[in-house]
Design a protein around this ligand. Sequence first.
Ligand code: ATP
Length: 322
Amino acid sequence: GGLVVSFGEMLIDFVPTVSGVSLAEAPGFLKAAGGAPANVAIAVARLGGKAAFLGKLGEDEFGRMLAAILRENGVDDGGIRFDDGARTALAFVTLRDDGEREFMFYRNPSADMLLRPDELDVDLIKKAKIFHYGSISLISEPCRSAHMRAMDVAKAANALLSYDINLRLPLWSSPEEAKTWIMSIWDRADIIKVSDVEFEFLTGDSTMSDETAMSLYHPNLKLLLLTLGDQGCKYYTKNFHGAVGSISVKPVDTTGAGDAFVGALLCKIVDDQSVLQDEKRLREILRFSNICGAITTTKKGAIPSLPKEPEVLALLKGAKEC
Ligand code: ATP
């Protein structure tokens, strides 16, 4: 199978041992590996695909722990660099009773922000059939330049470029700055995934109309995806658009649902990109991807709940679209 190379941050989330508390009220925290691009790589590998993760970790116990988690999950970690001066990034995350996620980041700067262009594993990027990334790696130098160069290398090697915005506003100096940089690489992507919240942030349209979605379309884009939580997703291509429902589940922790969704999609298209022009087959893949997202919400943590193929197929057979 073709290789998916995922670029960006990997970090440790510290999650309260009890649910529904603020960070200040939390009696204790459990560590959980995270970072959307790393989750996507593991999601691909969990489904039987070939995946590599590219980024920088601290030369510390947490950094080595994260690299080991990638390897244990079958993800190629050969592109990881270790910084001996900066720590692996940490984030304290809690889901409050009102359903809002509260983040507190330790990045001052963290190792992921310090990846330099000359540290890129260019040979690995050249092997990618799909090159996937988000926007957190655009926030500061030198990682921003490394990100730009990695995209150049991937594009020149004819990889499909996949962009999951993964907006984390508190990490940017201002919303305007976030929007400017997020949009600065917009036209380069072949596939773009935005969540409902990101859609409203970028367009100002809370109704998520098809018209506004089409305004986000650029001439080279092959697929625009809008994820809608329990409502499934919407898809837009040059020739067709529509919506695909998810399945009904009891969510426990939604962390990683979007990453599971993206990982599943990339895994399914990496060896046959012609599905992007075939609405019927694309809908089947999105149905599969929605179920992967849904499953991920039913257990605590992102990585432990990323599904294997048989689990998804069982639900795919049983469930009616809702
Ligand atoms: P994240 O929450 O990981 O930052 P996101 O906002 O992009 O990412 P969601 O829209 O929450 O992700 O989820 C991605 C996909 O997973 C959805 O499009 C949907 O198909 C599925 N999904 C998520 N939550 C649920 C749910 N409660 N019930 C059913 N399916 C869900």
